[in-house]
Design a protein around this ligand. Structure first.
Ligand code: CA2
Length: 144
């Protein structure tokens, strides 16, 4: 099982500000958490982070035929990016959307998620653990 994990803009700043929303652990710690979750559940994973919408679209396109699942936290692009939605539709790789916080409990502008339109599942408000839940879900789907 090959899983591509994509993190969007500003997630590389984790632990630096807003610990009450995103926790106090760093992005490096998130990467280590994801790697160990994938290892624990027997998946090979690659992690990609970018602050640029086009770079995320390029990475999704390059995943075509190369990965069995995508875990994506599009960060602010969740609420704005039809380009990321279209790229996910184009590659047709089963996708799980993850958010550290629960966007529905925050500002109104966070209530729309374009990625939800293509995601098999959305995990929100569970912090780092949400990524492990997403990995487990994709592994379960592949096993069906
Ligand atoms: O809860 C999530 O995971 C979000 O995807 C995080 C995004 C936000 O725009 C979404 O509505 C929900 C923001 C990530 C920014 O991360 C920061 C990290 C450190 C300091 C400030 C922001």
């Amino acid at each position: 099982m090959r899983i591509l994990v994509i993190n969007g803009p500003n997630l590389n700043m984790l632990g630096i500000r807003e610990p009450e929303i995103y926790g106090s652990r760093s992005y490096k710690e998130l990467e280590a958490f994801i790697r160990s979750a994938c290892e624990k559940h027997g998946a090979d994973c690659e992690i990609f982070q970018s602050n640029h919408e086009g770079a995320i679209v390029d990475r999704i396109q390059a995943a075509y035929g190369q990965f069995d699942g995508i875990v994506i936290n599009p960060a602010a692009y969740t609420h704005t990016s039809i380009a990321i939605l279209d790229a996910l539709k184009a590659v047709a790789i089963p996708t799980v959307e993850v958010h550290l916080s629960d966007p529905a409990e925050r500002e109104d502008f966070r209530r729309t998620s374009y990625v939800s339109l293509v995601a098999e599942k959305t995990v929100k408000g569970k912090g780092f653990d949400g990524y492990e839940e997403a990995v487990k879900y994709l592994i379960g789907m592949k096993a069906e």
